[in-house]
Design a protein. Structure first.
Length: 501
């Protein structure tokens, strides 16, 4: 990809995901100095005149009424970062940290935060050199910004905290990185904003898109393995209910099973499969609704990636510094919760399809649990148990985080979004769904092979080949955990979905 330029202009979720996954470089815009200078001048004038301006000459949060003299405004910046670095839990994945660095730099580069170009450039230097701050995954309530995570993200800029370089964690002091001296408001501007949850949302969107493609691939395989009908995927059905995701899903499935000798072997049998189960014939309606929900997620993320989410906000034109609430994560919390509910349905319906593949009463002649010697062998029986466990876990995780709020800062911040928690849950559900779909694919490929000498469609034949490149067929009972993870990895990278797309 072309390098992503950070000059304050909007970014897309695809650009953020590309940087996060290491597929695109980042460069600073040429006009940072000119863009940032007017807002910086406003901040400096406020300090010199000793005005009472929130976050510049006052304390933070409930301490907003505490006046800070101009001789202490720089000390306040360091104290803010140190005092807010209280995150707990396992560290965030590198891809999330990379996205956070990118998005924080983009917000500050807009020229409404009052920071100097060196702050933006230092964030980009960490990103470019692969010096990734160690950021604990828990501790944000999604309002006033993702404060605790951002404090850990900012610590290396002042020569403190820990970083991960080439997979190794070490103190920042042991890395060849020149810290920066923070001036007034710069510490606060490193903390305020929604870019932490936005970063997770962009990565989640990327992975969830791969899930929808993989889910359509899994359906196509299962339809053939179960001797299902191609009729529910005919375009004239879906044109009468023209939800974009539904139309696209049906077209993908129809394309994958086109030319299927398996389906042709029974397509004229009126008695057979007059109606397939909902989990087969309603797959486009379910998968399509998920895709449409992800479109909504993308719209919200795109707005957020073109917004000023700092506080207070500097308006160079008027010389005002206004305290507001653009850091509140409610728009993101809502859409993350909605996306979590939607994505979890991909696993719910996939588990039902897998159950049919394994149940001899409903699998159209396949051996019980797809075993070579049923009774002596259990075959794929327990893979559905794993699906059931993951689906049950998803139901708990799909409970919306955004309906909760725990007041903070002595009641000053008395309503919070919990958007950070909503984003974390979404990522976990995506991981669970990936494995549920991997299990369906493995079982469906086995089912198709058991239909030989009948042949699958052109697309499904390619899917079977792709899976067999990485996972051998089961000849007798053996451990299959690695097989599941291998196919899940094909889904994560998009290799499986590419066959469907």
């Amino acid at each position: 990809m072309e390098p992503v330029t950070v000059d304050g202009s909007p970014l897309t979720p695809a650009q953020v995901a590309a940087v996060a996954l290491g597929r695109a470089r980042v460069v600073a815009g040429d006009d940072l100095e000119a863009r940032l200078a007017p807002a910086r001048a406003v901040v400096e004038r406020a300090v010199e005149s000793d005005q009472v301006v929130y976050g510049i000459t006052t304390g933070f949060g409930a301490l907003a009424t505490t006046h800070i003299g101009k001789t202490e405004t720089e000390a306040l910046q360091y104290n803010l970062i140190r005092s807010h670095a209280v995150g707990v839990g396992p560290p965030l994945d590198d891809e999330i940290v990379r996205a956070m660095l990118l998005l924080r730099a983009r917000t500050l580069a807009q020229g409404h935060s009052g920071v100097r170009p060196v702050i933006v450039n230092k964030l980009l230097e960490l990103l470019e050199r692969g010096i990734l701050p160690v950021v604990p995954s828990q501790g944000s309530v999604g309002a006033s910004g993702d404060l605790a995570p951002f404090a850990h993200l900012a610590l290396p800029l002042i020569g403190e905290g820990k970083v991960r370089v080439a997979g190794q964690v070490k103190p920042t002091t042991e890395v060849d990185f020149e810290p920066v001296r923070l001036l007034t408001k710069e510490g606060l501007s490193l903390l305020n904003g929604t870019e932490g949850m936005t970063a997770m949302g962009a990565i989640a969107l990327h992975h969830a898109r791969n899930l929808t493609l993989a889910a359509d691939a899994a359906v196509a395989l299962t339809v053939e393995a179960l001797l299902g009908s191609a009729r529910p995927f005919r375009p004239e059905i879906h044109e009468l209910r023209a939800h974009p995701g539904q139309v696209a899903s049906a077209a993908r499935i129809a394309r994958l099973i086109d030319g299927s000798g398996i389906i042709a072997s029974h397509s004229d049998d009126v008695v057979h499969a007059v109606q397939d189960s909902y989990s087969l014939r309603c797959a486009p309606q379910v998968h399509g609704a998920v895709a449409d929900t992800l479109d909504h997620l993308e719209r919200v993320l795109s707005i957020e990636m073109s917004s000023v989410v700092d506080n207070p906000i500097v308006f160079p034109e008027s010389g005002e510094v206004l305290s507001g609430g653009n850091f509140h994560g409610e728009p993101l919390a809502f859409v993350f919760d909605f996306a979590t509910i939607a994505v979890s349905e991909l696993a719910s319906i996939a588990e039902r399809r897998t159950d049919r593949l394994l149940d001899p009463a409903r699998s159209q002649g396949l051996p019980p649990f797809l075993a070579g010697r049923p009774g002596v062998e259990s075959g794929y029986m327990i893979t559905q148990y794993v699906q059931a466990a993951l689906v049950a876990e998803n139901r708990v995780l799909a409970h919306p985080a955004s309906v909760d709020s725990v007041p903070t800062s002595a009641g000053q911040e008395d309503h919070v979004s919990m958007g950070w928690g909503a984003a974390r849950k979404l990522l976990q559900v995506i991981e669970n769904v990936r494995r549920v779909l991997a299990i369906e694919v493995i079982c469906a490929v086995r089912g198709i092979e058991l239909r030989a000498p009948l042949t699958p469609g052109h697309g499904t034949s390619a899917l079977v080949g792709k899976v067999r490149e990485h996972v051998a067929g089961v000849d007798g009972d053996r451990e299959m955990s690695e097989d599941i993870d291998t196919v899940a990895a094909l889904i994560e990278t998009g290799e499986l979905g590419d066959q469907a797309g």
